[in-house]
Design a protein around this ligand. Structure first.
Ligand code: ZN
Ligand code: ZN
Length: 162
């Protein structure tokens, strides 16, 4: 953990407030990982489906993935037949969590924008990022330009949609 009290920006209340938000611990509603936004931002450790679930064809429009439907001791429906109740927790759901990478999404209220974060808004904490995960330049989703930002999910080109 970086020394937050004696840092370069310690006299600046605004910077401390931003840092406090980015050091708050969240639990991911998709994968259950515990994370802080200063580490999570642009690290793309989670997955999602950019498409939608087609209820008629019963597959994802993005990747064509279908349900896991086989019934057996290790399948989704097979969870009812486990002898050991603790093993039920290990059963995969009928759908995978996703086919593209993205940042983790908190179960709880989170003031950090979910789709993209402007670097301008987090400029003061950029030097701290390498102490919590990867340095900024090694993170995913950096979009350069007049207003550089970090996009929080891998984008699926339209051409792959049906
Ligand atoms: Zn997909
Ligand atoms: Zn996650």
């Amino acid at each position: 953990m970086a020394n937050l009290q004696g840092g370069l920006y310690s006299s600046n209340a605004q910077v401390r407030r931003v840092l406090k938000v980015f050091l708050q611990v969240h639990e991911c509603k998709v994968c259950g990982r515990f994370f802080t936004e200063i580490e999570n931002l642009g690290s793309w450790k989670c997955t999602y489906h950019p498409g939608t679930w087609d209820y008629v064809k019963r597959h994802w429009t993005c990747c064509g993935e279908t349900e896991r439907k086989n019934i057996g001791p290790n399948s989704y429906l097979g969870r009812y037949f486990q002898m050991n109740p603790q093993e039920r927790l290990n059963m995969p759901g009928p759908h995978s969590k996703g086919c593209m990478r993205c940042d983790c999404v908190s179960k709880y209220k989170n003031p950090v924008p979910q789709s993209a974060v402007a670097l301008e808004d987090i400029a003061s904490i950029i030097p701290q990022m390498s102490a919590h995960g990867k340095p900024l330049q090694e993170r995913h989703g950096i979009e350069k330009g007049r207003k550089p930002k970090i996009v929080r999910q891998e984008c699926c080109p339209e051409i792959f949609f049906e």
